[in-house]
Ligand binder design. Structure first.
Ligand code: FNR
Length: 373
């Protein structure tokens, strides 16, 4: 059968000093199937890797001698004041990373002054997740169901919880993509069933965790459906999965309150552009979007300095995915530590770049050098 790594053997939380360490610890000590699901991405992992490497190609243009003794990292995202402009990405079935699952993400976010965007495919019930951080705001992420009445019921339910402050509708995954890490696990399972003479137990559906949890998503969704969504919710609507300036503009024109420039962390279309490239395209082709609606970005954000870069590009906040999911292996303390590392790195980057107020630096490209992109 599939070998399971032993989370009991994981390194001490105190020895984890950056976000990559969380992913590496999970890679080594998390269950193999869970790791394939979390770390995996589409096909050749081109977009997964580009998301990360493009953050590294964006250089700063630091300013010196600016008295950086006091700095302010606060920001408002969709009306919610946060200690730093970070939200924990919606990620399905967080329990695969640790028993506290989404309750750890919620409680850790609250303790760190950031926001958890909880997924419609969460492993805990909504009430349990909200109760883990009773005084904190949340965002809620929806995939529209082929059976629309099911989505309508969810929208009705979330509106009864005033902790939920915005609806993120994910639109970049009309079909679940090919995730080969998931599929390789399945091939191992198939092999061992054949070897043990239990060929009849092979699951014909195949496709691993992602494909089985995502089969309900409505691939008929279109821009016309925004009117349907608006009819069923009063919450601000944020379209998650914008990958071109043209669609960013459409979302604005059709009355969305925000967008997330995202390619699902490289888990949707492989060869979709790194999210920074989309932000730069938007700055060139539709700069007005950054002022008219709230622009967020996710994908490959691993350093506090990436947050500063995103804000200087005009974003109002960044989503961080896999490192937080992996930090659930350390329960709430892991999630808190993950946020603390980001906060510390952000403050250091701001001081060294001569930025004292993050909100004021929003959209200020003078701090950036894009010559290598
Ligand atoms: C995701 N993502 C995702 N997005 C979404 O809108 N709904 C979901 O349920 C999920 N589920 C999910 C599970 C796992 C394990 C991962 C890694 C990702 C995508 C997620 O919200 C986000 O866009 C990316 O994870 C951001 O990229 P990084 O930070 O992981 O590089």
């Amino acid at each position: 059968s599939v070998t399971q790594s032993d989370p009991e053997q994981k390194p001490l939380l105190e020895t984890i000093i950056n976000l990559n360490d969380f992913e590496q610890a999970f890679n080594k000590f998390g269950a193999q199937k869970a790791n394939a699901y979390i770390s995996g991405a589409s096909n050749d992992l081109l977009t997964l890797n580009a998301n990360k490497s493009y953050w590294q190609k964006l250089w700063f243009r630091p300013r010196i001698m600016r008295n950086v003794s006091t700095i302010n990292t606060e920001m408002t995202m969709l009306g919610q004041k946060v200690k730093m402009p970070v939200w924990i990405c919606p990620m399905g079935i967080a329990k695969v990373a640790g028993p506290e699952g989404e309750t750890a993400l919620a409680a850790g976010a609250a303790a760190s002054g950031i926001i958890h965007c909880t997924s419609v495919t969460a492993s805990y019930g909504l009430e349990d997740i909200l109760a883990a951080a009773p005084n904190n705001p949340f965002f809620y992420q929806l995939y529209v169901d082929k059976q629309r009445h099911k989505s309508e019921e969810i929208l009705k339910k979330i509106e009864m919880h005033n902790q939920i402050k915005a609806l993120f509708v994910t639109v970049d995954l009309a079909v679940v993509s090919k995730r080969e890490a998931d599929e390789r696990i399945r091939t191992q399972e198939v092999t061992s069933l054949y070897l043990s003479g239990e060929k009849n137990k092979v699951d014909k559906k195949g496709g691993g965790l992602a494909r089985t949890t995502g089969s309900f998503i409505d691939w008929a969704l279109s821009w016309d459906d925004l009117a349907w969504l608006r009819k069923h919710t009063k919450l601000p609507i944020v379209v998650k999965g914008i990958q071109s300036a043209a669609d960013a503009k459409l979302a604005m024109q059709l009355g969305c309150q925000g967008i997330v420039v995202s390619n699902h962390g490289g888990r949707a279309l492989d060869n979709a552009p790194a999210t920074i490239l989309v932000l730069l395209e938007m700055r060139r082709d539709c700069p007005e979007v950054f002022e008219k609606i709230e622009v967020f970005v996710d994908g490959g954000v691993r350093r506090g300095s990436d947050i500063l870069k995103a804000v200087c590009l005009g974003a109002r906040g960044v989503g961080v995915g896999r490192p937080f999911q992996c930090s659930v292996m350390y329960n709430k303390e892991g999630v808190e530590s993950c946020a603390e590392i980001l906060q510390d790195e952000l403050e250091t980057a701001m001081r060294l770049c001569g930025v004292t107020n993050l909100e004021k630096a929003r959209g200020d490209m003078s701090y950036l050098n894009t010559s290598e992109i």
